[in-house]
Design a protein around this ligand. Structure first.
Ligand SMILES: NC(=O)c1ccc[n+]([C@@H]2O[C@H](COP(=O)([O-])OP(=O)(O)OC[C@H]3O[C@@H](n4cnc5c(N)ncnc54)[C@H](OP(=O)(O)O)[C@@H]3O)[C@@H](O)[C@H]2O)c1
Length: 320
């Protein structure tokens, strides 16, 4: 099995089920950032068969979209890029809250188009629903963007089943992007089913549990001073100590399969359904290759049932 392109939900986009999340190339996770190096990673991803890339206007407060634009300016025909709006930031990166007002949707889209240097965004997500604006109004504005030729397909992120249905009634939703991995399985309680019923692709973000499930983060000290995860409840020392049970299980399976922990974590998500796509993030070429190796890890129905029976029921620490 390889990363053969597949139709994304109800769209005409053909994308590999393993895409690449670009967020860490601009912000949130520690380690060094080197633009030339990241562009090399993005180009190598295409060479390795990845054609779907995920960014957002808030990643690096615009920087991530600009980086993607630099990398793909001479190869837009080989990629599908998704970006997002809906979380406002100020000029210095300060967080200004959620916004789904129609006027803002239009404004944010113009800015993303400019940063990306394209006339049309392949897949445009509302990053989060705005509790003060009915989703019908926000998606109504997105529908107009489609009619104006500025957006090809519409996605939503972290919407509830009710919000997905309400949005889909205004304009067909192509993809729902939400966190899904061995330690984050809440979407199994209705959300995956709703997507299936409506023909909406499910795009799993943070499928490696923000790196934790790959086994590379034993404690909080392993994270750089400026790493966003240091303040995330799941990455407190207490939570990490408790959540190590996930890594132990994954390592055990990895040994049986002759694979790495990251490959097992990703293969498990792939095994949850042909209609599930994912966008693991990495800045490093060697990890990109390793992550694509998830395709080599296959599970029988019995093995999947056994993994499920051994998984801890609870994950320590909230997601945000
Ligand atoms: N819609 C939303 O609200 C939302 C929220 C979060 C993320 N996202 C999107 O989803 C994408 C992926 O999520 P994510 O980056 O949060 O989490 P992730 O894909 O679960 O994990 C990424 C982290 O794992 C590390 N990593 C990657 N491959 C590895 C490997 N083989 N071994 C060990 N460590 C590895 C990366 O570090 P290196 O870079 O150093 O390799 C990075 O720190 C993001 O890039 C973003 O586009 C969307």
């Amino acid at each position: 099995m390889t990363n053969i392109p597949k139709t994304l939900g109800n769209s005409t986009l053909q994308v590999g089920r393993i895409g690449l999340g670009c967020m860490g190339m601009s912000e949130f996770y520690g380690g060094t950032r080197d633009e030339a190096d990241h562009i090399k990673t993005l180009h190598t991803a295409i060479d390795l068969g990845i054609n779907h890339f995920d960014t957002a206007d808030i990643y690096g407060n615009g920087h991530n979209e600009e980086l993607v634009a630099k990398a793909f300016s001479d190869r837009w025909d080989k990629v599908t890029v998704a970006t997002k709006f809906g979380v406002r930031r100020g000029a210095d990166g300060e967080w200004l809250g959620l916004c789904g007002r129609p006027g803002y949707v239009k404004e944010a889209c113009e800015k993303s188009l400019k940063r990306l240097g394209v006339e049309t965004i392949d897949l445009y997500y509302q990053h989060r629903p705005d509790p003060d604006v009915p989703v019908e109004e926000s998606v109504g504005a997105m529908k107009e963007l489609v009619e104006e030729g500025k957006v090809r397909f519409i996605g939503v992120s972290e919407f509830s089943t009710e919000q997905i249905r309400a949005a889909h009634a205004v304009h067909p939703i192509t993809a729902l992007q939400t966190e899904y991995s061995l330690w984050t399985r809440h979407v199994e309680e209705g959300i995956l089913e709703a997507c299936r019923n409506l023909g909406i692709a499910f795009v799993a973000y943070s499928p490696l549990g923000r790196g934790f499930l790959a086994g590379a983060i034993p404690n909080r000290e392993a994270l750089d001073e400026n790493d966003w995860r240091r303040d995330n409840p799941r990455f407190s020392d207490e939570a990490l100590a408790e959540n190590t049970r996930f890594v132990e299980l994954i390592r055990d399976i990895a040994t049986q399969k002759g694979a790495t922990a990251a490959q097992v974590a990703l293969a498990w998500v792939l095994a949850q359904g042909e209609d599930i796509f994912m966008i693991p993030g990495t800045r490093r070429i060697e990890r990109l290759k390793e992550n694509l190796g998830a395709w080599k890890v296959q599970f029988t129905a019995e093995e999947l049932a056994e993994i499920r029976s051994r998984l801890p029921q609870e994950t320590a620490g909230s997601r945000y």
